[in-house]
Design a protein around this ligand. Sequence first.
Ligand SMILES: *[C@@H]1O[C@H](CO)[C@@H](O)[C@H](O)[C@H]1NC(C)=O
Length: 365
Amino acid sequence: MPQALLEPLLLSMTVMTPCRKRCLCRSAQLLVGLLCILATLLVLSFLAAIRHEELLSRSVPFLMGSGVGKRHIDTLLLPPPNAFPLSPLPCALTDPWLLVLVASATGHAARRAAVRHSWGSVRVTGGRSMRTVFTLGLPGDVAQQAALEHEAAEHGDVLQARFTDTYANLTLKTLAMLGWATTHCPTARFLLKADDDVILNLPALVRYLERLAGPPTAYLGQVYSHVAPIRDPHSRYYVPTSLYPEPTFPPYCSGPAYVLSAPAAAAVLGAARQLPLLPIEDVFVALCARYAGIAPHHLKYMAGATHYPPDACCYWEVLFSVHEVPPDEMLSMWEAAEHPCTAWQRFLGLIRCQVLAWLAMEDTP
Ligand SMILES: *[C@@H]1O[C@H](CO)[C@@H](O)[C@H](O)[C@H]1NC(C)=O
């Protein structure tokens, strides 16, 4: 490209020179030629920089639900080397078996610390290896980015994608983490997407997944059916009719914690290319799964949106996931796991936990 541009430039210079006979002209010519090359290179590098910036700053609201989004989505699905400002080391050949992808946010350092010190500290259970990766977007200021870089260097578990970290960009976060997982951790058998306020019972979940029969394309979680889109523009969950005209969403696995087997994740990513991007993360995954012919499988041990009171027996004996757990509660629950539950608590299991959750709900006004 530079060669093609330079040749006519040099040629025109040679033609236009008025004093070809004098040898003094030769050195002048040479000097001008060199200056021209320098100027051309400067212009070219400047143009290249602009295009680079333009690509990085391509904004997303325009992309939501429109065809313009394809290129952005492709970048997330087949991430180029510069797609992630911060990225953990790629996975080893056979490790991990279960990859936990935690959707975090730039300001959630305390939540990440609580996860690292509780359920996220376990690397192996029942002979199966696990790894936790926290995903976030770009922060609003330089100081926060510096703190994130420090955190990433210290723990090696931070994946940062190139979009503004906002609630409305949550779907992009899920696509980014699935994209990273399928390209940098392709041998993980299962991917578990979880929020950073979720307490997970990984040993119980791993035991369940090991026994899982059925098709290799697994999509598991607390399944919600017949949920209608919210048409109120002021809502956080607003979905305009233009984006999604149907009266109800397809059955979907509730966002705080759901599992995709590796082939299911690949199928979801492939479908994400074909569908208009919906800002509701868990519903969008379900739409992609449906497009790929994968139905969600209901797992009653995933808490979904039900809020359970801090009860170690429910958390550690019965459930796989509970969400809306603040960092301090997560740490105290983790410590409480040391104390065994009584036989009847275990026996009544899920019913007891559901009743507790119901009672807790009655308490709060
Ligand atoms: C999502 O990220 C893009 C790219 O960084 C940004 O321009 C946009 O404002 C974000 N969208 C929302 C709704 O926050």
